[in-house]
Design a protein around this ligand. Sequence first.
Ligand code: SIN
Length: 521
Amino acid sequence: MRDYLVVGTGLAGLSAALYAAQHGNVTLVSKYSVTEGNSSRAQGGIAVVSSSSDSIETHIQDTLNAGAGLCHIPTVENFIAQGPERAQDLSNWGVQFDKSGNENDLTREAAHSERRILHVKDQTGKAIHSALLEQVRLKSNIKLENHLFLIDLITNRRIKSYDSEFIECYGGYFYNQKTKEVISLLAQHTLLATGGAGRTYLYTSNWPGATGDGIAAAYRAGASVANMEFTQFHPTCLYHRDERNFLISEALRGEGGILVNSNGKDFTKEFHSAGSLAPRDVVARAIDSEIKRTGEKCVYLDVTHLNKEKLIHHFPEIYKKCKSLGIDLTSQPIPVVPAAHYICGGILTNANGQSGIQRLYAIGETACNGFHGANRLASNSLLECLASASNAIKDTLNTPPSTLDLRVPKWEYTNSQNEDELAVIHHIWDEIRTLMWNYVGIIRTNKRLQRAKSRLENIQSEISEYYWDFQLSPEILELRNIAQVADLIVTSSLTRKESRGTHFNLDYPEKAQSNSKPTVV
Ligand code: SIN
């Protein structure tokens, strides 16, 4: 009998648990509550070929075009070819995509040459997440644990008697937020599905827990991490004093919404012939440039020319949120700004999610498997979650089960408390997020990156002082991870001497033909 440890309860984690439950016992771990996370915030939908006018080849080509020469083509082909089968898995698990008559109601997003996005109104992530969670709860061989925070992975490097040339993973140390104790969870196969790291930036569409925990832990354990310079900024997050993280789905532009400045002028056409539906990196830079040119705080997404009933029917959540903040999107343009949305890099894996550490898999946004290259195509991420989870679980069947008769050293920690600790943590956290936004944002320069690098080095030493000297808490663990991930983003950005996809450096504004290789650190 195999056993699996799945860390993270977004779409990648839940689907991996369901696939794995066909072969063994699963411990599925969430750092807060299983209902929180980025997957359930996904509005747009899942990009899958399902209409007769579309084809696998076209979806592959759109993905490669958006990826700006850095996609790993076999991974792209593998994930996209299995799209229809993975969408069928979702239907089998109870997800009901919107229909138009007997056909799927397909929406469009930027840089897709066809309508191919399966969706459930503007709450696709929520609908998928709750359907899968219901399935997980029905499985007696999936043990769901909330409030367990991954501190570090357990590998042979931590167990002296298991010293060897290669690194092998046996599970992880977890901080139990209820008991305030550290426990170890062991498994034959560990899968990291901890999502992205949008919270490294001041402005982000991500949920508060998107702190790159899996990426940071795998890196500390010796795994390679790739393409961390490619932070994708979503062009349209709501700009409002009281709401900083609400996404305004690209599907609104897919349905005809247009980005304008405060004079009502569509400025995006000056940057790309596809205007508001150009690839995300282009649109985000166009907005950044327009905001800098005009000195205004935001631009606007105008959907007032679209059919009012259709808008309210397709986008009820966005309509409701805007309305609650005094914006009626059917009659007034929505103020928007770009915000950190998705990290195209992550733990370096192959298409099966295998990392450089044996028995350790990374799936979904946590991984860099080459699917997104330098810029992710909209709505490809939910497909990636399912395809990488399915591939990884199949791959575990080729790995001989280990006996796992290990003497894992106890996690050593202190219980000393510092009254000022929380205030200091919040201060450093703010500092990292602000410096990442200001120095490592949409437009970068060598000088700004160097400045960020030296400040982050100091911050990391300050954190290790706090980390080792005081009692563990989710705040200190998250801070340690965002500092680590921020440093990986900056280091990778300094390594890439060109501009490509979401990484734009004014000191090297062109794409270098000879540089289409991932950045591996
Ligand atoms: C959106 O709805 O705009 C987000 C879709 C995505 O990030 O893939």
